[in-house]
Design a binder for this molecule. Structure first.
Ligand code: N01
Length: 533
């Protein structure tokens, strides 16, 4: 390992939307910063997730940076929900516009970061055989950036092509006339399957858990709507930040329980939102995420729609989810359920006919052999902690993050973790992150970190460290809020339930406005819960 003489105020790990904005803010404030990025381009999630049909589930006018008035005025989105290529183009535009590339080192992965107590700095090592020194270490590593490959016997024996949706190749994948198998039916699969079915000669989907999906109703951007938003973008953003998920559509449409609205009005409201498309469906009433009886009404409404759409009643029943709607992140689709009416598309319920193994020709289930040219793993991510724990991060007394988080992530505000001084996480576990519009959460975290660094500089503090008690209370608080909702009732990746052996802890903080208020209170109380030295 080459000891570099390079010294920074801050190392930012990652150059996705979080890393890029962090770098921009640090430079604005006059800090010497570098970003290390494992990809050969910016964009993070939107760099890697190039599977056919990849599209954002938050509307374009909301899913964009707000920090630059000129940027948000000048950039034109072409659709209601942006597709991956357009979002990646936007990320590249931002990198160029703010001249970020000169401080981003691409194709460079951070492999370890060790805190030197005597020198009060981080020693950061990369896979380029270099170590650099930095006062601050800022993890902008993303929540869904470590893919999950299922532990299925014989995966390596399959002689066809395999792809993971989260690491889709950059060059086009030709599926024309091929027999394609898809494992998984989460958001990625639900978006990809209609596109894969368009090309493939045969498509077989292996489903473990059916998922709720609402039509996205994507369309071209409406110039009148764009003009109206741009006429007062600040107010538009401010209103969105007040919504529970920092997404306009998640604001309850009426402040009433589904149980307090009589038929036919109740169904009409759900139908109106189904027709409108998107997350607004879950805002129909004020308690769909809180009250099981209300939730059942919305869930049954969606099951009815699936029965309407899917011709074969048996297939419709297999596709109809029976868990709590919204307990896993709700999916938005374009023609997902319709795809199962195509004669060359088949659904296999692996609860009834389990996958035994992959072999040279394809997938062997208990009852059948399915031969494929291509198998697509749409099997998700080791979410929120996966990437952080793949880096050997050591804090005070050489304690590793892996050891500290062996029973689940422990953070204060989802921004810091006790005994890892001067380390910040952007959208870390314990913050709203994945339950929100990620860009809004990212901007809030970056601004909080930037203000903290300024405060430290102004007051000549060298170290910030979360107090262990404040952290314990925070973890309990995050779980207590989650327990007031229906979130913990299913096997979601929010709980780590998708990864065998991962501790089962609800990781994100439910609610954005209440979280922002807590962060502001901490600052106003002179960084309550932190030791500043
Ligand atoms: O991953 P997932 P994803 N055998 O974990 C199945 C965001 N996102 O990539 O549910 C068989 O949701 C697994 O089954 P089960 C969004 O936040 C956003 O689809 O665990 N099957 C499930 O069906 C989303 O929530 C957008 O029983 C196995 C699937 O694989 C998150 O990314 C688009 C299995 C994984 O689903 C993750 O979505 C795409 C096994 N061994 C993604 N292991 C938008 O913005 C796993 N599965 C629209």
């Amino acid at each position: 390992m080459v000891e570099s003489s390079r010294t920074f105020d801050a190392v930012v790990v990652g150059a996705g939307f979080a890393g890029m904005y962090m770098l921009h803010r640090l430079r604005e404030l006059g800090f010497q910063a570098v970003s290390f990025e494992r990809a050969d381009g910016v964009g993070g999630t939107w760099y890697w997730n190039r599977y056919p049909g990849a599209r954002c589930d938050v509307e374009s006018l909301e899913y964009s940076y707000s920090f630059s008035a000129e940027l948000q005025q000048q950039w034109e989105w072409s659709e209601r929900y942006s597709g991956q290529p357009e979002i990646l183009k936007y990320a590249n535009h931002v990198a160029d516009r703010f001249d970020l590339r000169k401080d981003i080192e691409f194709e460079t992965s951070v492999v370890s970061a060790k805190f030197n107590e005597a020198a009060k700095h981080w020693v950061v090592s990369t896979d380029r055989d270099e170590t650099v020194i930095s006062r601050f270490l800022i993890m902008a590593t993303g929540c869904l950036s470590s893919t999950n490959m299922p532990q299925i016997d014989g995966i390596d024996t399959f002689e066809g092509e395999t792809y993971h949706t989260g690491e889709w190749p950059h060059e086009p994948v030709d599926l024309n006339g091929k027999r394609v198998g898809v494992i998984g039916t989460g958001s990625s699969a639900i978006q990809a399957i209609p596109y894969l079915a368009n090309e493939a000669a045969e498509l077989v989907v292996f489903q473990r858990t059916p998922n709720f999906s609402i039509p996205a109703r994507n369309r071209s951007a409406d110039p009148a709507e764009v003009d109206a938003v741009k006429a007062d973008y600040e107010t538009f953003r401010a209103v969105n930040r007040m919504a529970p998920a920092a997404i306009r559509g998640t604001m309850p449409g009426r402040d009433q329980s589904a149980l307090d609205v009589a038929e036919p009005e109740r169904t009409e409201e759900l139908l109106k939102r189904w027709e409108h498309g998107g997350f607004a469906f879950m805002g129909a009433f004020n308690d769909l995420g809180l009250n099981k009886a209300s939730n059942d009404i919305a869930a049954e409404f969606v099951r009815e729609r699936i029965r309407d759409i899917v011709d074969d009643p048996e297939v419709a029943e297999t596709l109809a989810p029976h868990n709590v709607i919204g307990c896993k992140r709700i999916c938005l689709d374009t023609n997902y359920f319709e795809t199962y009416n195509l004669p060359h598309v088949k659904l296999v319920d692996i609860n009834k006919d389990p996958i035994e193994r992959l072999n040279a020709n394809g997938v062997k289930t208990a009852a059948s052999q399915y031969d494929f040219d291509v198998v697509v793993f749409a099997t998700g991510f080791d979410a929120m902690t996966g990437t952080l724990l793949r880096i050997d991060i050591q804090g005070l007394n050489g304690q590793s993050l892996q050891d500290k988080w062996a029973e689940g992530p422990k953070t204060y505000l989802g921004l810091t973790t006790a005994n890892f001084p001067n380390l910040f996480m952007i959208s870390g576990p314990g913050s709203p992150s994945v339950l929100t519009n990620m860009i809004v959460s990212i901007e809030q975290h970056v601004d909080w970190i930037a203000a903290c660094l300024e405060h430290m500089r102004a007051n000549q503090h060298q170290l910030i460290n979360a107090d262990a008690n404040a952290e314990t209370e925070w973890v309990a608080y995050v779980n207590a809020i989650a327990d007031m909702t229906l979130y913990p009732t299913c096997n979601s990746w929010y709980l780590g339930a998708n990864i065998p052996g991962k501790p089962r802890v609800f990781m994100p903080h439910v609610g954005f406005p209440n979280y922002v208020q807590r962060c502001e209170e901490v600052v106003n109380n002179n960084y309550q819960g932190f030791e500043l030295a």
